[in-house]
Design a protein around this ligand. Structure first.
Ligand SMILES: [Zn+2]
Length: 350
């Protein structure tokens, strides 16, 4: 398996996020990827590669994200520091949002207003290196999709910050650019008539769902903690099935906190059945390992061996696969669990 590694992942190393009413150290840290790379050094299940050079990345990102959102993200840090040089010592967090009844069509001049317009939580700080790290991660996702479109059975975008919560014009949930959506769009652009995204992160892949909600060429499937109690709370219910041409091309499988491994794998089967029914020619797996029993912010009970089984099952789906790295916050175990998925996949893919 080709593994496209984001060499700039350490540049996004934000300090504090708002969590349960307090500013606490960010859960989404560079150490998460350190552990994956260390485990890959012990168990080399793939080839570590830099992203490709010829990517048309700007145009590819503009196919899934709004130009005014991309412009904002690219310049946010410079704007922030230009407001007050002392801001360089503080990461950017939004504090005001345009909820129902407010207008999103008028782009405010105020920086504080614009960062609210383009976000949905106060848990996803932007710092000096956020754009560089996120953009390089997108390059990894696009490279992985191009490799698979070119005939590779599987490729992995090993990157952070993650992507599946980022929507057409908003960031949140530690995500800025939607790597899984970019991979799916790239597979479509390269000739796959129908693509599926299967999101196995603990949290609903709201950004990916929203990006493709009106389309029938990209099926989005997510199995996740029930949004009635679990982040991101406001999307991810079973009755969200797509709209317009996309009606029937979105499947949510919400599961209660504390769901057993057996029930989780039953939901995975239901998700893969939908992928087969969609007659997908390629699969994108948004791979979060925050389904792990020891995850500090999640509530499922998968153990390390279950990730081997997940990888095997994904391989047996028989499709070309792009995997993108999403969540997983039991930092020391993230490496073992992610590499278990890759090893299981490789073993079953033969
Ligand atoms: Zn997650």
């Amino acid at each position: 398996m080709k593994i496209f590694r984001n060499a700039l992942y350490r540049r996004h190393d934000a300090r504090l996020e708002m969590y349960r009413g307090r500013l606490v150290p960010c859960h989404e840290t560079p150490a998460r990827l350190d552990h994956v790379l260390a485990e890959l050094a012990r168990r080399p299940v793939g080839m570590l590669l830099e992203p490709l050079q010829q990517l048309d990345l700007g145009a590819a990102l503009a196919a899934i994200h709004a130009p005014r959102y991309l412009d904002f993200l690219a310049g946010a840090w410079d704007e922030w520091v230009a407001l007050d040089p002392a801001n360089a010592q503080t990461d950017i967090l939004p504090a005001v949002w345009p909820v129902r009844g407010f207008r999103a069509d008028v782009l405010p001049e105020s920086f504080a207003a614009r960062i609210g317009l383009f976000s949905f939580d106060a848990g996803s700080p932007i710092m000096a290196g956020t754009w560089a790290a996120a953009r390089e991660g997108a390059a990894c996702a696009r490279s992985a999709a191009l490799a698979v479109a070119g005939g590779e059975r599987a490729a992995f975008a090993l990157t952070r910050p993650p992507g599946h919560h980022a929507g057409p014009d908003f960031f949140g949930g530690y995500c800025f650019l939607n790597n899984a959506a970019l991979a799916a769009q790239t597979l479509r652009e390269q000739g796959a008539a129908r693509v599926a995204v299967l999101d196995v992160d603990y949290h609903h892949g709201n950004g990916t769902q929203t990006i493709f909600y009106g389309r029938d060429d990209v099926l989005t499937v997510s199995l996740h903690g029930d949004p009635r109690t679990e982040y991101p709370f406001f999307l991810g219910h079973a009755d969200e099935r797509g709209e317009g041409a996309g009606l029937g091309a979105n499947l949510n499988l919400p599961l209660p906190r504390g769901t057993t491994v057996e029930t989780w794998f039953e939901a995975l089967e239901a998700g893969l059945a939908a992928v087969a029914a969609h007659r997908a020619e390629a699969l994108v797996v948004a791979l979060g390992v925050d389904t792990f029993e020891g995850d500090p912010i999640s509530g499922f009970r998968l153990r390390a061996d279950d990730y081997l089984r997940l990888g095997e099952r994904l391989a047996r789906a028989g499709l070309p696969v792009v995997l993108t790295m999403e969540g997983g916050y039991a930092v020391a175990e993230v490496g073992i669990n992610v590499v278990n998925v890759l090893e299981g996949f490789e073993a079953a893919a033969g």
